[in-house]
Design a protein around this ligand. Structure first.
Ligand code: FMN
Length: 166
């Protein structure tokens, strides 16, 4: 196991990998919406269409995603930094006053997300202090325009405007 100082270094090193930001959602056994901010989202396979995310075993959301049959991935736009911050706070009830719709697999989605992937859970793997959840995409949608919210070195970032060639 890495020494305490090394863990900090390791996180800093991982932070150099710029990512987009998502909110991943599902519905609890009692029908309540569940969601958390994630940048561990990535594509796995095109045929079949598989994607994955990793979830901390210590999170409130853990029990729900470990058991769920379906989940949805909301890819956030650069205008949704507040949404990301809200869903990155540990809480069992994040949905009061948060506008959302219910998608075809029964999970909460944001109408103004840059893209939405609706998934059937394909596999849940051990990933150390996280679990790796693999989903098969059964439906997706995306906006033709709009820029993503980015995350880099522990801070939010945006795509810079293109500089016109002289
Ligand atoms: C940009 C960003 C990306 C994150 N990515 C992940 C992730 O991929 N997996 C994870 O378990 N937590 C991730 N987190 C932390 C969770 O969002 C945070 O622990 C949240 O409180 C979990 O919610 P819950 O405890 O209510 O389930 C991320 C946080 C931020 C700000």
């Amino acid at each position: 196991m890495a020494a305490a100082g090394k863990v900090f270094d390791y996180r800093s090193a991982l932070g150099t990998f710029a990512t987009g930001v998502t909110v991943i959602t599902t519905i609890s056994g009692s029908g309540a919406p569940v969601g958390f901010t994630a940048n561990s989202f990535c594509s796995v396979s095109l045929d079949p269409p598989l994607l994955l995310f990793c979830l901390d075993r210590g999170s409130y959301s853990f029990n729900h995603f470990e058991k769920t049959d379906h989940f949805a991935v909301n890819v956030l736009t650069e205008l949704q930094e507040d949404v990301s911050a809200h869903f990155a706070r540990p809480s069992e009830d994040k949905w009061r006053h948060v506008g959302h719709e219910i998608c075809s697999v029964g999970c909460p989605v944001f109408a103004d997300a840059l893209a939405v992937f609706e998934c059937k859970t394909h596999a849940v793997h051990d990933g150390g202090d996280h679990i790796i959840v693999v989903g098969e995409v059964v439906q997706f949608s995306h906006e033709a325009a709009g820029d993503p919210l980015l995350y880099y070195r522990g801070r939010y970032a945006r795509i810079a405007a293109e500089v016109e060639a002289c």
